[in-house]
Design a protein around this ligand. Structure first.
Ligand code: CA
Length: 257
């Protein structure tokens, strides 16, 4: 299956914060896309998220990936390297002490496969035939409560501790990502986003937006706008990647009879 990708990204500081500590990456030649959401005082969050995406680009930016097994371990290696680098800086520079970041990174392979690495509460989604599926599980305290049946999805979104992470890159010498291999088909739409989107905007609205707006640039912009219309409580970032060619319009098909 030949791999064609159309992508776009949109990011915004939101309506409350005064700096944007989100970072994103799109390297179409290496078919690599990522979102990182930094945390830490004195602009350290901005440093952490930038180091994360820069390290991924350095480690994986040279060539298209190969087999799923290899691609998966290369992606894991790159995320571990990013975590080490952030932790080193945080240990050396007092103003950056305790900084960390989420990272959600997706790399497309041939043969209908992607590899996905994930730490924190940024998310990956896939829209297929109009249905949205979440591909990552948040590393948050509220997610753990939900897993135990102690909290509902909407309760978790509105909870004061909704952004408390149980895993963040750079906060320890070694932080391992969750890794998975996910399939893609032509016409799928993948979304990587920070919690500045998923906090104020429920999955149903993300699904409707991606279904109704096929163009990645327009869809990414619409998602950021939705978050800001609902208060823009946080930095918001959306990377939208559409796979494969659309089926040809009806009138260009060869009549069968
Ligand atoms: Ca955030």
């Amino acid at each position: 299956m030949e791999l064609q990708l159309a992508h776009a990204a949109a990011t915004d500081v939101g309506r409350v914060r005064d700096q944007n500590e989100d970072a994103w990456l799109a390297l179409p030649d290496s078919r690599l896309f990522a979102v990182a959401d930094g945390m830490g005082g004195h602009a350290a969050g901005e440093v952490a998220s930038r180091v994360a995406v820069e390290t991924l680009a350095e480690e994986l930016g040279d060539a298209p990936p190969g087999e799923p097994e290899t691609a998966r371990s290369q992606l894991e290696h790159a995320v571990l390297a990013a975590g080490r680098r952030i932790h080193d800086q945080s240990a050396r520079v007092p103003e950056r002490h305790g900084m960390g970041t989420t990272v959600t990174a997706l790399q497309f392979l041939e043969a209908g496969r992607t590899v996905l690495a994930h730490v924190g509460d940024s998310r990956a989604y896939r829209l297929r035939e109009g249905k949205l599926r979440r591909l990552t599980r948040d590393h948050t305290w509220v997610q753990e409560q939900m897993d135990r049946g102690l909290m509902s999805e909407s309760g978790a979104r509105q909870h004061p501790a909704s952004s408390v992470l149980t895993r963040a890159l750079g906060t320890a010498p070694r932080v391992s990502p969750d890794l998975s291999v996910v399939d893609w088909r032509p016409g799928d739409v993948f979304l990587l986003c920070s919690d500045g989107l998923t906090g104020p905007v429920p999955d149903e609205d993300i699904e409707r937006t991606l279904r109704e707006i096929p163009d990645p640039q327009a869809a990414a912009a619409a998602l950021v706008l939705l978050a800001n219309e609902r208060g823009g409580p946080d930095n918001v970032t959306a990377v939208v990647v559409r796979t494969g060619a659309e089926s040809p319009p009806e009138d260009s098909r060869t009549p069968s009879s």
